[in-house]
Design a protein around this ligand. Structure first.
Ligand code: NAP
Length: 315
């Protein structure tokens, strides 16, 4: 399943409205087919892996990061039917598909064809990898990551507004990889006017994966950009994953609307002092209301900077 999740990651940011799924088919301990959702959402991972496996799929085990779809579409057959027809003996599934056209039906169809199934293997990892798709299916909006490049003392710029650069090349490269995983990247109008950011992916081989761009504010957007007049309006875009890259006003607007699901804090070992805070007022009245909302999920060094990844606690 780890290998299937790694394959799924190849499709991140490219498959909307479909989830980025991975599939590995194993026969007698050998990988005979690998697949991942292709750009635009089709073919699905299972179809690609079965195509590669051919007759070797008979009696094999398929590992798939999401319940195989049970609905046919004009763009392709249902993966549950493809798997059933292939003669696989067993399907190992990370998590169920909340899409009402599939939810439980994909698994039922496999079992009706005599295929043994196991569900819930690496479910948390799979849910995290498909957070955008699952958020859209369950709550009708994209998954939102807020990225902040901060000094030790939590500033995103000098008082003068100078902000290039706070973090170093390794942290910036990581942030570009995060861009490649989103369908939409957003900044506030203040940042657009102060920095005129390109918001593209400047990593070798990934330049073609730059996401669509949006600006939060009350005026028109530059040509080719999407205008977003309130944080909630991101639900009207087709994106599964949105990356908010500041500044302080946009960060506060998304936090105040409780629309941030994940925080990426890149912290540079510099002190600014009296600079511009990374997050403007979010309307917090009592300290008590700030506790229990964020859980540290991951942390690592990126060159001399430190990345902290926080997830919103929602249960
Ligand atoms: N270090 C970093 O990671 C980083 C990242 C980005 C930016 N920055 C720095 O941050 C500074 C800019 O920050 P900023 O706070 O001045 O600007 P900002 O957050 O980029 O943009 C503020 C604008 O966002 C719009 N906005 C805010 N809340 C809104 C809401 N609820 N609904 C609709 N629109 C809303 C408003 O636009 P309207 O005026 O059109 O209403 C507001 O003027 C710059 O110095 C930039 O260099 C640093």
């Amino acid at each position: 399943m780890g290998a299937a999740l790694a394959l799924a990651a190849r499709g991140r940011g490219q498959t909307a409205p479909n989830p980025a799924v991975g599939c590995v088919i194993v026969h007698d301990g050998r990988v005979v087919g690998r697949g991942w959702t292709q750009p635009g959402g089709r073919p699905h991972a299972e179809a690609m892996a079965l195509e590669a496996a051919g007759p070797a799929a008979r009696g094999a085990t398929a590992y798939v990061t999401l319940e195989p779809c049970a609905h046919e579409s004009p763009r392709g057959p249902a993966c549950a039917d493809l798997l059933a027809a292939s003669g696989i003996a067993r399907a190992v599934i990370a998590c169920r598909d909340p899409d009402p056209r599939t939810d439980g039906r994909g698994i039922a169809r496999l079992e009706a064809a005599g295929i043994a199934t196991a569900t819930g293997i690496a479910a948390r990892e799979a849910e995290r990898a498909m957070a955008g798709f699952l958020m859209r299916a369950r709550h009708g909006r994209p998954h939102v990551t807020l990225k902040l490049g901060l000094s030790i003392d939590g500033c995103i710029a000098l008082a003068s507004g100078e902000s290039r650069w706070i973090t170093g090349p390794a942290a910036r490269a990581h942030a570009h990889l995060e861009r490649a995983r989103a369908e939409l990247i957003l900044v506030g109008r203040g940042t657009l006017e102060a920095d005129a950011p390109k918001l593209d992916v400047r990593l070798p081989g990934l330049a073609h994966r730059s996401p669509a761009r949006a600006v939060l504010g009350h005026g028109a957007a530059p040509f080719g950009w999407i205008a977003v007049d309130r944080p909630e309006a991101i639900a009207d875009t087709p994106a599964l994953d949105v990356l908010v890259e500041g500044g302080a006003g946009a960060a506060a607007a998304f936090l105040a609307a409780d629309l941030v699901d994940r925080l990426l804090v890149y912290r540079a070992p510099i002190v600014i002092g009296g600079g511009r805070p990374g997050i403007a007022d979010i309307g917090l009245v009592h300290l008590e209301g700030a506790h229990g909302r964020w859980r540290l999920h991951d942390q690592r060094m990126l060159g001399i900077d430190r990345l902290e990844v926080y997830e919103r606690v929602r249960e």
